[in-house]
Design a protein around this ligand. Structure first.
Ligand code: MG
Length: 402
């Protein structure tokens, strides 16, 4: 279990690299950074293919380094190579994450692409603020030796991290992960078979990227977060409970051995956990008070209910994979990334996503409990290919006929 160790001994302003700077986490991270110019400065920005937004961010923050997916993106961007060091690809991500001028790395990348840059940053001694749960799912055992450098900014894990400050490990009985339940919380399986990508992308409470929005709709997101919490807090998966809480106001909590439960509340605004990632274990006054201040008297009800693993089989799959070992969580994660992409392209239907994932885990023969990095990457590639060539049988019939 991590201790809230101060990381404030570096000279100010601390130099920040933002990986995934044009995504939801990246843009909100930059909103926080620009409010604290004496404390934080942008040293590097790494985007994927959004050259237009990256060019705007470069003009606003003037970092020394920037990254894009590949050199074709750089050509398209029109950014002057004399103004900024231009990096690209996985090598560029790792170079930025481990650069000597960087103090803090924010990992807002989506998917297992985060594994290598996260490890590079950790090995180089950086403080890592991460919302990239897939890296924990696919390679948690490789990240674990560096836990004291990591501050989670995934809202649930930030909540647990904050609740654990001041708790002894032996006093913690359980972790509670709250889940909104996503947009299809009340749909039957038959109704879910007919949902479109546009419907699945509409999250009731949080504004997020496409991949995590679909994961929230299948509740795979919560399954992945159970595994993330397992690695972050050293808690057995069996002691991590999911509670469906549609209002997303209680962000998660900790049950102690004497029956006390500590929870963290707040509005559904990622800038709060991101800012805490920078300030931890201290607090900075929020510059977004009018948007993030919680007014309890405006909340009419807070509901809590158990999750339904029959309608949301992804929850069961994630727990099973965690019990099976490193190979299974790596395969689960990679197959899910591909299944989500295929659903968004309307190649498979919504209820096929967990079926595709389960098929990949069942077919994998490289069953290594603690794969090395090279083996993780091999398992990841194998699972992507398996999921990409998988074809549904019965669920497609259900999907097409409805
Ligand atoms: Mg979350």
């Amino acid at each position: 279990m991590p201790v809230n160790t101060p990381f404030l001994d570096k000279p100010l302003p601390q130099q920040v690299a933002v990986l995934g700077c044009t995504g939801s986490i990246g843009t909100q991270t930059l909103q926080v950074i620009e409010q604290f110019p004496e404390k934080l400065q942008v040293a590097g920005l790494f985007a994927g293919t959004n050259t237009v937004l990256l060019a705007e961010q470069l003009a606003a923050f003037t970092p020394a380094m920037a990254g894009l997916k590949d050199s074709a993106c750089w050509q398209r961007s029109g950014v002057d190579g004399g103004l900024v060091e231009q990096l690209s690809g996985i090598d560029g991500l790792c170079a930025m994450a481990s650069h000597p001028d960087v103090d803090i790395v924010v990992v807002g990348l989506v998917g297992a692409i985060g594994i290598q840059p996260t490890l590079a940053a950790l090995r180089a001694g950086k403080r890592v603020l991460t919302a990239n749960k897939e890296t924990f799912v696919a390679a948690g055992h490789l990240i674990q030796p560096y836990l004291d450098q990591i501050i989670p900014i995934d809202s649930e894990h930030s909540a647990i991290y904050q609740c654990l400050a001041g708790c002894r490990k032996e006093d913690v009985a359980k972790l509670w992960l709250t889940a909104s339940g996503g947009p299809f919380r009340q749909l039957s399986l038959a109704e879910m078979a007919a949902v479109t990508p546009a419907q699945a992308l509409k999250h009731p409470n949080w504004s997020m990227g496409a991949k995590i929005s679909i994961d929230s709709a299948t509740m795979m997101n919560k399954g992945l977060e159970v595994i993330e919490a397992h690695w972050l807090f050293g808690m057995p998966v069996a002691n991590i409970e999911i509670v469906v809480h549609p209002q997303s106001t209680v962000h998660s909590g900790v049950e102690l051995i004497d029956g006390s439960v500590l929870t963290q509340w707040g509005t559904a605004d990622m800038r709060v956990p991101i800012q805490y990632g920078f300030s931890a274990p201290h607090r900075w006054p929020t510059p977004f008070a009018s948007q993030v201040t919680l007014r309890p008297e405006t909340l009419s009800t807070l509901d809590f209910e158990p999750p339904d693993e029959d309608r949301f089989p992804a929850l069961r799959l994630a727990r099973q994979a965690a019990d099976s070992g490193g190979w299974a969580t790596t395969v689960l994660n990679a197959a899910n990334e591909i299944a989500v992409t295929r659903f968004l392209k309307e190649e498979i239907c919504f209820v096929d996503i967990p079926v595709c994932v389960e098929a990949a885990v069942a077919a994998c023969t490289m069953r290594l409990a603690t794969p090395t990095l090279a083996e993780v990457l091999q398992l990841d590639e194998w699972a992507r290919e398996h999921a990409a060539s998988w074809f549904p049988t019965t669920t497609t019939v259900l999907c097409k006929s409805s």
